[in-house]
Ligand binder design. Sequence first.
Ligand code: F6R
Length: 260
Amino acid sequence: MEIIIQASAEAASVVGARIVAKCVREKPGAVIGLATGGTPVALYRELVRMHREEGLDFSGVKTFNLDEYVGLGPAHPASYRHFMEEHLFAHVNVRRENIHIPDGLAADVPASCASYEEAIRAAGGIDVQLLGIGGDGHIGFNEPSSSLVSRTRIKTLTAQTRRDNARFFEAAEDVPFHVVTMGVGTIMEARQVLLLAFGAGKARAVREAVEGPLSAMVPASVLQMHGSAKVLLDEAAAAELSRSEYYRWVYDHKPVWQRF
Ligand code: F6R
């Protein structure tokens, strides 16, 4: 794992956007895994800026989102399809047919999940997967106790995640109980993973994921087994790490060819 601590969420988001942009430039048919929620908003803002001001070209890019609420269609303002339109898709030249988001309205959920997995395979696999982290250590919506080899499937949100996400809904009771999410195993197959975490509310989950034991009770800790995982943090999210001085040292002494 490479732990990158920046002075602010904004600065860490710019580093994240540069890593995604590098992949898009080097591989025009790049396959990008996308996350929603509050964390990636600034990263998407920077990608949109790069598209407008630097000509970053998304015309060959394929996208796969991590998750979607069961029961919410694209028109629902809290659906992740809606979120992605608002923060990224409407502002860059990604082709509609290259956008993939789990279907929250599928009549046959297991079949829909299987075809999502098949679509990822058919696209050649995910080159860079963006992740946030839940206060309970979830990635995607793989809540504590999720199988570490799981694939795309339906999951039940914890009470904590429903409370955390209530801010995106008109009323707390409107938050669905179920989601469709890429599995931990699906996420682990991405060639590169970028986990972003900002704010004091994420500090404990970050410590457990980065420095704690690998455990299904902290699904993000599985990234310790990924060959190319970067964790982008602001100061507040890094506050509980015991080796933060070393992580900063590594970043400050990166060989020039490894810099973003
Ligand atoms: C969203 C997702 C979730 C969020 C996590 C953090 O697609 O998969 O794992 O990344 O719940 O959410 P925020 O960023 O709102 O704190």
